[in-house]
Design a protein. Structure first.
Length: 583
């Protein structure tokens, strides 16, 4: 991205972000330096790398400039007639957009209302009008422009869908199971691209394409913040063409409809931004094929400090990560952030003194200094095979994408006992269950007990929207519920008595969170550390309950307890914690 020549926003405009804890002073200084030296502007770095919520950033700048903040939304549309005599490239480069005209007043979206040079340009473009500024973030101005003048996919998704519906009416006499509709039809090509772009805009983690039999419309569903919802429906006659189009994009066999296939799509959103999608096809009832696409947007690891670990858990994790050998596992369900957590840990360990190898499927996050390897099970290059190769390549730290079988687990344990630190993931419900799962796989209990340094269990639950969060004084029943679930004895040590000033938080619902009160997700953690007594229990293959009891006695904060601490911190609610962390 070419740097803009116009005036940058004063650093003091961002002071409230630091004071309110959305970013640390040191990280902000680092972000400013990166924005001056690298291709990404400060706003983009704060949102993407340092995870400052867009709504909070917009509100902060709005207060500094003393003008209203307008977030991107489908309900806000710019008047396209106002753009007739303006260069679209110029508007994209200079980040402003005329929104609407009411009499002699023109509303203009801009990312910096104090920039006099652009102010003069706007006045020259619309002489005689009174300019009224509204603040918008650069990324949102780009979206407003795309909606108004069209994007790289060609027009809006509503236009494409309207075109398909009109065509479908003309095809009603056709048999919908025929291949008369071509996957290379321009409307189908645009639709496939626009679905991906819309999913990215809505910050969806997964896209589900669900065709049905007969003449029932095909559903397109997005998973946002862990919950699925139907985004749109397309005429049944196009179901085969859309599925085939996506299979072509993923380099899959469009003639094979009887068995599942896996692939990936590298999709260019714009000149500067590319995302990757993992594609899975599944044959379903009625001779149909479903498609699920996972949107992979993370390119750089987050610092551990940004992962929202409780301070006590983070210090213990850093302590065991610095040990010269052993196994650290990160466990949880699909999509809970296991790989992201391990890459954050690797970022901490990634120094010039350490040689780090990783075997992943796929490589989602890249880091300079890591030697990253893509495994290919179809040709026999499995995680276990990669591990054996790594042991001949002088490693200090090894990261394995997933322990899927006994062979991989055995090689990992052997590597950890011969002087290497091994990191990996596993699909289990909790930290203690992980130990039992590996023993059930057939791993040697004595070797695993010696190798295990720690197990991190993870969950993601919905975060209260920062834009509409409000405090409230809960009923005593709600207070008692929190205390009982946390454990009365442990709760008393927190010193949280039921007083008049005891507050919890909830979201009222606003445009930013689509009236749900939740926007984004917050991580819950549970860290099981290896101890002499725990190793004795592992060696004797003790029951899960005995290990759990010992871990809590030794100070382990459970997933539920960590969730309640996040509730007290105003990040989420009891209902959200209960939905993901309680068994």
């Amino acid at each position: 991205m070419q740097k803009s020549a116009h005036k940058t926003i004063e650093p003091r405009a961002y002071d409230p972000l630091i004071h309110e804890g959305f970013i640390r002073q040191a990280d902000f200084v680092k972000a400013v330096q990166e924005s001056l030296q690298g291709p990404t502007d400060l706003e983009g770095l704060l949102i993407e790398k340092y995870r400052v919520p867009k709504a909070v950033l917009g509100k902060t700048l709005s207060q500094f400039f003393d003008c209203p903040y307008i977030a991107y939304g489908d309900r806000t549309l710019a008047d396209p007639h106002l753009l007739n005599n303006l260069s679209h490239d110029y508007l994209r480069r200079h980040h402003w957009l005329p929104l609407k005209q009411q009499g002699e007043i023109l509303d203009v979206l801009i990312d910096n209302p104090h920039d006099l040079d652009r102010g003069h340009d706007i006045q020259r473009a619309f002489p005689g009008l009174t300019i009224r500024y509204a603040l918008a973030l650069r990324c949102d101005i780009e979206r407003f422009l795309n909606d108004t003048i069209g994007d790289t996919a060609g027009g809006s998704i509503e236009d494409t869908l309207g075109e398909l519906v009109n065509d479908a009416h003309n095809e009603q006499a056709c048999d919908i199971d025929t291949d008369g509709i071509d996957e290379n039809d321009s409307a189908i090509v645009r639709l496939a691209s626009q679905i991906i772009m819309e999913a990215y805009r809505h910050e969806a983690s997964d896209i589900h394409i669900e065709p049905y039999s007969d003449r029932k419309e095909t559903a397109i569903r997005f998973r946002v913040d862990g919950s699925c919802s139907t985004y749109m429906r397309i005429p049944a006659i196009y179901r085969r063409a859309l599925v085939s189009r996506i299979k072509i994009m993923a380099n899959l066999d469009i003639a094979e409809r009887r068995k599942p296939q896996d692939g990936k799509i590298r999709f260019k959103l714009n000149q500067d931004r590319e995302i990757e999608l993992r594609v899975a096809t599944l044959p379903t009832a009625g001779n149909n094929e479903d498609i699920v696409m996972r949107v992979l947007t993370a390119k750089e690891p987050l610092p551990l400090e940004a992962m929202e670990f409780e301070p006590a858990i983070l210090s213990k994790l850093l302590e065991i990560a610095e040990k010269p050998h052993g196994i650290i596992l990160c466990v949880g369900p699909t999509g809970s952030g296991k790989t992201t957590t391990l890459h954050s840990l690797l970022r901490h360990l990634n120094t010039d003194e350490r040689k780090i190898w990783t075997a992943e499927d796929p490589i989602e996050i890249t880091q300079e200094g890591l030697r990253q390897v893509q495994v290919h099970p179809k040709i026999g290059f499995t995680f276990a095979a990669a591990m054996r190769s790594f042991l001949r390549a002088d490693p200090d730290v090894i990261m394995i994408g997933e322990m899927r079988d006994k062979e991989t687990a055995d090689v990992a344990i052997e590597a950890s006992l011969t002087g290497h630190m091994v990191l990996s993931t596993l699909h289990t419900n909790g930290a203690v269950e992980t130990v039992v799962r590996l023993l059930d796989l057939g791993c040697d209990s004595f070797n695993f007990a010696d190798a295990m340094q720690g197990v991190i269990a993870k969950r993601l639950c919905k975060r209260i929207c920062a834009n509409c969060k409000e405090p409230y004084h809960p009923q005593e029943q709600e207070y008692d519920k929190l205390a009982n679930v946390y454990g009365r004895q442990a709760w008393d040590s927190l010193g949280m008595g039921y007083r008049e000033d005891f507050q919890l938080y909830r979201g009222k619902g606003c445009d930013a969170c689509n009236r749900t009160g939740f926007k984004g997700r917050v991580a819950l953690h549970e860290l099981l550390c290896g101890s002499d007594e725990l190793r004795n229990l592992i060696q004797s293959r003790a029951k899960t309950t005995d290990m759990q009891r010992l871990a809590v006695r030794e100070g382990m904060v459970t997933l539920v307890q960590d969730g309640i601490l996040k509730i007290l911190a105003g990040l989420t609610t009891y209902e959200q914690v209960r939905s993901v962390a309680m068994r």
